[in-house]
Design a protein around this ligand. Structure first.
Ligand SMILES: C[S@@+](CC[C@H](N)C(=O)[O-])C[C@H]1O[C@@H](n2cnc3c(N)ncnc32)[C@H](O)[C@@H]1O
Length: 244
């Protein structure tokens, strides 16, 4: 399905403008580099996130900061044709390949431009709202969580997959070493831009994970249940929060 025309995106802060421009730069290479530098393991984590969401075959799903659409497509694959899946991102360049990917797989998934901090959807509309590797890039995390809460139906789930701090200090050190010094250089060798991949590292090391993230979600609720699960020792984390 083609992208619909939606209201123009207003980039309200300098950081939002910088992040937007950074993703315009990496968009063309994003899928290839993502798979190479993570050894493809992120696909497995998206599959697990969808299973953990408890989404049902006729549910409506909103995937925010969908980028090239992988999580939206994974929801559709697991839920089947009766589900309604909408993938959104504030960056049109990142979204470009998503409709083609859906078409190639024979999936009816809609993609459109939307800012996660200013959602263009009515309240209480979705059964699940998800965001993978997007929330740390959003300019105002609390505002995005409050918007997600607003558009979720009561009993609906917010599902987040995000990089985090490994629980084991040795593993944490090794992983940071890889992420800070090796991964950006591999990305450059493969045609990526060094500053973009350095930003991805610094944004990940500064962003809260585990209990700190749970506290941030709680402060922007109300959610009745909030669970956090480390993935691969805490290199990434999954969060599930149910709207009261
Ligand atoms: C690292 S990519 C993740 C893409 C995809 N979800 C994935 O798992 O591969 C981060 C995405 O967040 C998007 N993004 C950043 N801030 C946003 C915002 N305020 N609203 C919507 N999308 C945003 C970027 O355009 C980019 O596509």
């Amino acid at each position: 399905m083609d992208q619909k025309t939606t209201p123009p995106i207003r980039l309200e802060t300098e950081r939002a403008r910088q992040v937007h421009s950074l993703f315009s730069g990496v968009a063309g290479n994003y899928d290839r580099l993502n798979t190479l530098i993570s050894f493809g393991i992120h696909h497995r984590w998206r599959r697990a996130l969808v299973r953990w969401s408890g989404a049902q075959a006729s549910d409506s799903i909103l995937d925010l900061a969908t980028g090239t659409g992988d999580l939206a497509l994974e929801f559709k694959r697991q839920l089947g044709p009766k589900s309604l899946v909408l993938g959104t991102d504030f960056n049109a360049e990142m979204l470009k390949t998503a409709p083609e990917k859906a078409k190639r797989r024979g999936m009816d998934v809609q993609f459109e431009q939307a800012d996660a901090t200013q959602l263009i959807y009515e309240s209480n509309r979705f059964d699940v709202v998800s965001i993978s590797y997007g929330i740390r890039n959003v300019d105002d995390t609390g505002r995005a969580i409050r918007e997600i809460h607003r558009v979720l139906k009561p009993g609906g789930r917010m599902m987040i997959l995000e990089t985090g701090h490994a629980v084991n200090p040795l593993f944490h050190g090794l992983f940071r070493l890889y992420f800070k010094h090796i991964m950006p250089r591999i990305a450059v060798l493969l045609g990526g831009d060094l500053r973009s991949y350095q930003y991805l590292e610094s944004s990940a090391s500064e962003f809260p994970s585990g209990e700190q993230m749970v506290a941030l979600i709680r402060a922007n609720g109300p959610f009745s249940e909030i669970f956090a699960r480390p993935v691969f020792g805490g290199v990434s984390w999954m969060y599930r929060a149910t709207k009261s």
